[in-house]
Design a protein around this ligand. Structure first.
Ligand code: SAH
Length: 310
């Protein structure tokens, strides 16, 4: 039985200041790990709105959270539609929002979803299976230059060119269809002396594809703005990210929201009249303890940032 350990669980519960009567939104409800703890703390009257765009995640969360009855609403949707979801479900006032980005263990360990090079499966990688474009479409369909750019932009900085060239060579003969094929191709593109024992040489290529297939950074940008608009004054937003592109986006968004003004520094006085909307609660991101990382290797790269609506 697959089990997903919620990352930075105690920290999230503490920063969200979960208590009776407060309402929370879990934008990435997944297997309901964080959500069930939140519901344990905001009982007997607080409510939770859980969102996920993966039908299987909503099925698992529904089962896991059914004992909380009417205190829970689960919605199958992209979290980038947050304010519409809140409106349609007449949910509020919103006292806290959680985003635990990336993929869940359920998704990662299901060979058929194609997220992991550890199992043979189709090159899919869609978290929302109703989306059109799969990883295979990108790998087999993008012009080599675009593929190179995609890999470089989303994390494979060093070998993007070599990898995309080798992919190009392979796909001229045969369509590349499985995770294992792609992994072998990437391995052959990166010189053996650069393969590390600890981290598979295909890791960054797989991550870059996943980010592109799911438009992860676009969705994150959109939800940040929406989260600020639905949050009550004093309510908090907690974001757990798993790679530096996400973390940088969150950090910069929080900084701008704390500053309010977006005028270029050369202007003698503010003309944008931007309002300060967030207060950053911890200047440095919160990382998991060594103990947590030993127990749950997925936590290794996690970073939690917390801000409060002013
Ligand atoms: N905190 C959860 C695990 C979350 S894993 C738990 O403790 O069980 C991340 C989840 O976010 C996945 O289920 C994934 O499908 C979902 N997700 C990622 N991006 C999303 C998006 N743009 N909209 C909705 N859900 C998303």
């Amino acid at each position: 039985m697959v089990h997903h350990h919620p990352v930075l669980l105690e920290e999230v519960i503490t920063y969200l200041a979960c208590r009776d009567g407060k309402n929370y939104i879990d934008c990435t409800v997944g297997g309901g790990g964080h959500a069930s703890q939140i519901l344990g703390k905001n009982s007997p009257t607080g409510r939770l709105l859980g969102i996920d765009w993966d039908r299987e995640a909503i099925r698992i969360a529904t089962e896991r959270l059914k004992r909380y009855g009417r205190r829970v609403i689960l919605v199958l949707d992209n979290f980038s539609n947050l304010s519409a979801i809140v409106r349609e479900n007449a949910f509020g006032p919103v006292d806290g929002i959680l985003l635990d980005l990336g993929v869940s263990t359920f998704q990662l360990e299901d060979a058929q979803r194609g997220f992991s090079f550890r199992f043979e499966g189709p090159l899919d990688m869609r978290m929302d299976s109703s989306r059109r474009e799969t990883a295979s479409d990108l790998i087999n369909g993008l012009p080599a230059r675009e593929l190179e750019r995609l890999l470089r932009t989303y994390g494979e900085r060093r070998w993007a060119k070599r990898i995309s060239r080798v992919i190009e060579k392979h796909r001229q003969k045969n369509v590349i269809t499985t995770t294992t094929e792609l992994r072998n191709i990437v391995h052959s593109a990166i010189p053996a002396s650069f393969h590390s024992k600890r981290i598979d040489a295909a890791t960054k290529t797989f991550m870059a594809l996943r980010i592109a297939v799911n438009k992860e950074l676009d969705n994150l940008k959109k939800v940040l703005t929406e989260a600020v608009s639905v949050l009550e004054s004093g309510g908090r937003i907690c974001i757990i990210s798993f790679h530096s592109l996400e973390d940088r986006l969150v950090k910069e968004f929080f900084r701008m929201a704390e500053k309010g003004c977006t005028c270029p520094p050369r202007l003698p006085q503010c003309v944008c009249h931007g309002e300060k909307t967030l207060h950053i609660v911890e200047a440095k991101p919160v990382s998991p303890s060594r103990n947590e990382i030993i127990q749950n290797p997925r936590a290794r790269s996690a970073k939690l940032r917390v801000a409060e609506r002013v």
